[in-house]
Design a protein around this ligand. Structure first.
Ligand code: SF4
Length: 246
């Protein structure tokens, strides 16, 4: 039974204190003071929407972005040898307007159960972080100020696909609660002729283009249109391969 799915959180460990589990209405505020310390030694997970946003920020197609900036073991945002995020320059985030969801909601992580129950937990900050915690607002207000809404919408749409993907490949790997990680791992090991390799699975531009070419449709260009077509293509792939056991 899948009881939990982590839709997007940094690689920091939860604080481990049950009192830090929060809902959207829980009192919470956090002020990032730009010390940059939290951008070291993290595993920032990426979904197709985040890859699209970051790729456009870098004026790249998603395939090239994946080759340059993504650690394929995760998939995580690539890091330099000193542990710093590849987009941290001079202590500043150079992709701030298009930073991933995990960075937006830090120091919170979001969990969504199979029943759709959403909770947030505080992640353990860097011990010398200069961020200021408070109780002045709510978790929902914090997320709104961070521009999380389109990321949440994309994550929720993709979560339904994740479950179907997981069902499609669950015979390959033991069932695991960290679904968004387990599914790509399972996909990567599935070796079905004609299936995209795992890294290609995040290549929304490539998948949307191939899907449109096969159908004689114009290839979309905007982030939202590519993302919509990408989801349509994955949905079609699941139906074609019988992976719709939800
Ligand atoms: S994307 Fe920006 S905010 Fe996120 S870890 Fe990298 S530098 Fe820090």
């Amino acid at each position: 039974m899948r009881d939990s799915a982590e839709t997007a959180t940094p690689g920091a460990q939860p604080a481990g204190n049950e009192t830090t589990v929060r809902t959207g209405t829980s009192p919470f505020s956090y002020e990032c003071r730009g010390c940059g310390r939290c951008c070291f030694n993290k595993r920032i997970p990426l979904g197709p929407y985040e890859v699209l946003r970051l790729a456009r920020h870098a004026s790249l197609a998603t395939g090239e972005f994946l080759r340059r900036y993504v650690d394929h073991e995760g998939p995580w945002l690539a890091s330099r040898p000193d542990g710093s995020c590849v987009f941290l320059v001079g202590g500043c985030c150079t992709v701030h307007t298009d930073r991933p969801f995990a960075c937006r909601v830090y120091p919170l992580g979001r969990w969504v159960s199979a029943r759709g129950e959403e909770t947030f937990r505080e992640l353990r900050p860097h011990p010398q972080s200069e961020g200021r915690y408070g109780q002045e607002g709510t978790v929902a207000g914090f997320l709104e100020r961070q521009g999380a809404a389109p990321y949440l919408a994309a994550a929720d749409r993709l979560q339904a696909l994740f479950y179907r993907l997981f069902d499609a490949v669950q015979g390959v790997l033991p069932q695991r609660p960290d679904l968004p990680v387990a599914v790509p791992e399972a996909w990567r090991t599935r070796a079905v002729d004609g299936d995209p390799a795992f890294v290609e699975w995040l290549d929304a531009d490539g998948i949307a283009a191939r899907y449109c070419h096969a159908q004689g449709r114009p290839v979309p260009e905007t982030i939202d249109a590519v993302h919509d077509t990408y989801i349509e293509a994955i949905d079609a792939w699941l139906k074609k391969t019988g992976g719709q056991a939800t």
